[in-house]
Every structure is written in structure tokens, then in C-alpha cells.
Design a protein. Structure first.
Length: 270
């Protein structure tokens, strides 16, 4: 018993010192059936929540608006993501912004986040109709978000899927340059992600999804508050740097640029 304790202590000693302290972002969706205890999350060191707002085809997450208000009242930062498919990317972006904007507008002053961090969920779509979004469609989506909000969204994907897609000869250097304007949120439940071109580093690392994680539990917890199988993330930086990062990149609603009708692009459906 003593030997195993010493071995465990030695193993934890070589882990990144910031691993536990930096695990301060949680993502949620309508698949999380419980009523999240956001006050408890904050007391456990969680700084921000990123929630699914929309998913294929042109549907909205029914939990989004209510949870936005509850999280804001608890003093947490708020973000929204869109789960993508292979249909018209501009229409997807407009629908996403409409749902986020309406939820923000309908919330009272005391239950409204100061801004919303936006994310494109660019993963393999095996859950919903519509197929998997292509790289050219992702470019059209993020450009539409930037056009209407003045901000590039974050881009989320599993490390393996992202490498597989972006290493394809079908993805031009021009597409990669556009996508590199997005901050990177990457998932790997086995080890810390490597640099994934065209990014030199990740900003947010999802190390745990639905409680699935191969990393040591003491340093990489898989639960939070009343959620036993959580989706937890590590930010590359301190708590203050995370708050600054969020503030800088969040969509400050009310400052949206005048909307134009969608233009047909090469990234539209073939």
C-alpha cells in the first residue's frame, strides 16, 4: 500500500502544475438532462460555460436560454456553440446568431451575460441529419460570423478529425489562413493535444467528454457540481488571462453590423 501511494505521488508530481487549477470551463447541451448547479460550479472554480445553442437541421437547444440566465445570475461567463452539418453554412450562421441574440434579448438585465463567446463545432457529424461540414463550408460560416459580429468564432473539433480534414489536398492554403483567425478548442481524452496546423497551439483543451477521460482523475476531474459525467476543459493560461480572453473575443450584442442577404459562395452546398 505504501509503495503504491508513493508511486502515485511521484506520478502526480510530474503532471502539469496548472492542470487542476486551469480546468475551469464546462460545456453543456440538451443531452445533459439534469438541472446544472451553476452556483456550485462557480464555488468549485469554474469560470465559464459554453452551451450548445443550435444543431442540425436549423434546430435550437431548448435548454440554452434558461441555462444562460441561470449561469449569468451565478456570475459565470457565457458562450454558445453551433453543431455544424453540410448544408448551407451561411444559413446555419444566421440561424445560430438569431437564436443567441434572441435568448440574450429576452433575458432580464440581471440574468444577461455581458457578451457571448461564439464557437463553431466542426466535428464529424454522426448524430444528426445533414452530413459533416466541409472545410470550405467552415470558412463560409466563420466569415459570416465575422461579417455580422466583428469577431471570428472559436473552432472546436477532435484532434484526429481536424488533422484528417486539414491535411487533405482538397483544403487550400487560403482556407487554412481564414480558419487560423479562429481560436482553437480541441478535444483529446487521452493526452495533451499536439500543435495542429495552421495553429501553433490550442487555447482550450477538452480533456473529458461525458465523463470519458484516460488521464489521472486527481489532476483531471471528470465531474463538476451535480454533473457526474461532465465535459471539462483546460484553458491555456491563468484565470485572469481566461477572463481577458473571453472579454476580448465575445460578441457584445447590440453592436451587430447591418445584416445583408446571404451571398452565394463556393462554400455553399453543391
Amino acid at each position: 500500500m505504501k509503495l503504491s501511494i508513493f508511486r502515485a505521488a511521484g506520478f502526480l508530481f510530474v503532471l502539469p502544475a496548472c492542470a487542476f487549477a486551469a480546468s475551469n470551463v464546462v460545456n453543456l447541451s440538451h443531452y445533459d438532462l439534469m438541472r446544472p448547479d451553476f452556483a456550485a460550479m462557480k464555488s468549485e472554480g469554474i469560470v465559464g460555460v459554453i452551451h450548445e445553442a443550435t444543431y442540425p437541421r436549423l434546430d435550437r437547444d431548448v435548454q440554452y436560454a434558461f441555462r444562460q440566465q441561470a449561469a449569468a445570475q451565478a456570475g459565470l461567463l457565457w458562450g454558445a456553440y453551433h453543431y455544424a452539418d453540410a448544408t448551407d453554412p451561411v444559413r446555419q450562421a444566421d440561424h445560430f446568431l438569431s437564436v443567441v441574440s434572441n435568448a440574450w434579448t429576452q433575458a432580464g438585465a440581471l440574468s444577461r451575460p455581458s457578451g457571448v463567446l461564439l464557437v463553431l463545432d466542426f466535428e464529424k457529424n454522426g448524430h444528426y441529419p445533414g452530413g459533416t461540414m466541409r472545410a470550405d463550408q467552415a470558412v463560409a460560416f466563420v466569415e459570416r460570423i465575422r461579417e455580422r459580429t466583428g469577431k471570428y468564432p472559436g473552432l472546436y473539433s477532435g484532434e484526429y478529425h481536424l488533422r484528417q480534414v486539414l491535411n487533405s489536398p482538397k483544403v487550400s492554403p487560403a482556407y487554412k489562413r481564414v480558419l487560423s483567425n479562429c481560436w482553437l478548442w480541441i478535444a483529446n481524452y487521452h493526452y495533451e493535444p499536439r500543435a495542429t496546423a495552421p495553429w501553433s497551439f490550442w487555447h482550450l483543451w477538452q480533456y473529458c467528454g461525458d465523463g470519458k477521460c484516460d488521464l489521472p482523475r486527481l489532476a483531471y476531474p471528470t465531474r463538476v457540481a451535480n454533473i457526474s459525467k461532465a465535459e471539462r476543459n483546460i484553458f491555456r493560461g491563468s484565470r485572469t488571462e481566461l477572463e481577458d480572453f473571453w472579454q476580448e473575443r465575445a460578441w457584445q450584442l447590440g453592436g451587430e453590423k447591418r445584416r445583408r442577404e446571404p451571398e452565394r459562395t463556393l462554400a455553399a452546398d453543391l
